[in-house]
Ligand binder design. Sequence first.
Ligand code: OGA
Ligand code: MN
Length: 235
Amino acid sequence: MRLLITVARRIHKRPLYTPTSCLSSAASCSGTATNSGLQFRDDQLVCGSTGELVQRLRGQVEVRTEFISEEEEGALMKELEPGLRKKRYEFDHWDDAIHGYRETERAQWGAVCEGVMDRLRAVAFSEGSPLLGPVHVLDLDKAGYIKPHIDSVKFCGSTIAGLSLLSDSVMRLVREDEPTEYLNLFLPRRSLYILRDQARYKFTHEILKDDESLFSGQRVPRHRRISVICRNLPV
Ligand code: OGA
Ligand code: MN
């Protein structure tokens, strides 16, 4: 599965990710802390270095909150957990794009999960777009994180769609040839994100580690997180 990932090997000096603009007309994208975690309005889930960049990538970066219900999350966990539990989290490969993870693939699902996958495919991919066979399941330990990388252009097509289970998280996109241009995505538990085209090819993506997990100045505690990722094939 690591074949799917090309680590961004360019060591770029990291910009300070402070000024952010989001689609919301409000000056800042400040969410609200509730009992069930941080909540942002749908137009506050994607913030970036400039409002212009957020607008430019608008059709290529999507976050849909509450894409699956608690019951559906439970059904996915019930199918995935037994297989995952047999594996150990891998922390040791210093050059890996992912730290603190275990993973699996899945081609067949029970009825509830198949319903979720059908819905995901319907919103993320155009009809008839051939998909990479099995779905990729990535289980990140609480201490795990995903370093900036671009998914292999040889093996994956223009669209990447992922469900987030068990934890909120922050995904960051940084333009590979212009690291001052970046977007931060707040990925609530049970949301779906979709990256397309330029956002997928020209920007690295990463999932922030717990102690760097901030969105719009607010802390987003990172717990164990499982993602269920669908990709299409290159044309
Ligand atoms: C990957 C990846 C993101 C996620 O496995 O290539 O970027 O949501 N995963 O887990
Ligand atoms: Mn990736």
